[in-house]
Design a binder for this molecule. Structure first.
Ligand SMILES: [Zn+2]
Ligand SMILES: [Zn+2]
Length: 279
């Protein structure tokens, strides 16, 4: 335990990479046949929940790299989250004869893989509110701005700005066409990564990582996330000699700043704001 604790604690000589983490949900696990969501065969039951070791909660579920302490999620970055999500999607498709041969699904896979190889889709940056989405649909009269058919997808015209002038309504077909027309051929490194992902994580019957498990991960990730949050809180309380009740109402990012301050760690975080996702 002491060794695990040491790797979690920030040290004076450590340079920090800080991300802004949104609040995480630690909702109850759906259990039994009363559950509203359909349970796939193989979905773990609540009684399969196990203890997670500190060392497995400290590292990214996708790449085993360290996760910043102000990030309460299970991935070190949005890119890693998306890579694991792509792997699960590809595994699901590969094991479903009906979808495996569907050209639309094949194209969706290709698009998702291209974003993974390109370092990830800026999902957090581009996240729109329901109101913004509705405003675009309204302004564009529900029509695809390319072909004039019914549109249902909000496209970022150029870059990630969420300004109304950079948003337009497109239909699924035109949106895909536009997306893929911007793709450039993968270089040798990206090609190698694609081959490696396919061979080591998509193809094998047994998932190589827990986050690759297309059946279990939805439930498993919830368990892990609440275990990680508990682990972080235990560390905060221990390092600051405080009680949980003293922190009621504190956003996590501020808890982390205070944690660093009170525990007397020399180096503060730098470069905030890279990570805004909620995973
Ligand atoms: Zn990672
Ligand atoms: Zn269209």
């Amino acid at each position: 335990m002491s060794q695990l604790g040491r790797t979690l604690r920030p040290r004076r000589d450590t340079s920090w990479e800080v991300h802004v983490a949104a609040s995480c949900q630690t909702g109850a696990v759906p259990k039994g046949s009363n559950s509203v969501r359909r349970r796939e065969p193989g979905t773990p039951d609540a009684d399969e929940r196990r203890e997670y070791t500190t060392s497995e909660l400290e590292v990214c579920a996708n790449c085993d790299g360290p996760i910043a302490i102000d990030n309460r999620g299970l991935f070190c970055s949005e890119a890693c989250h998306q890579m694991a999500s792509y792997v699960r999607y590809a595994r699901r498709v590969a094991r479903d004869p009906a979808r495996r041969d569907d050209p639309d699904v094949a194209e969706a896979l290709r698009i998702r893989l291209a974003f993974v190889l390109g370092g990830g889709y800026p999902a957090a940056e581009r996240k729109l509110t329901d109101a913004a989405r509705a405003a675009v649909v309204d302004r564009d009269s529900g029509r695809c701005q390319n072909c004039g058919g019914p549109g249902d997808q909000v496209d970022h015209i150029d870059g990630s700005s969420n300004d109304m002038s950079n948003l337009q309504l497109l239909c699924d077909r035109c949106h895909r066409q536009k997306t893929t027309s911007n793709f450039t051929p993968a270089g040798p490194e990206a090609t190698l990564l694609a081959i490696e992902l396919q061979a080591t994580r998509v193809a094998p019957d047994q998932p190589a990582r827990p986050c690759d498990d297309e059946v279990r991960w939805t439930v498993e990730s919830r368990w892990r996330k609440s275990a990680r949050i508990k682990m972080l809180w235990d560390q905060v309380l221990e390092d600051t000699g405080t009680d949980r009740s003293e922190w009621v109402g504190w956003p996590w990012s501020e808890v982390v700043m205070e944690w660093i301050d009170r525990a007397g760690y020399g180096d503060g975080p730098g470069g905030a704001g890279e990570y805004g996702g909620e995973w």
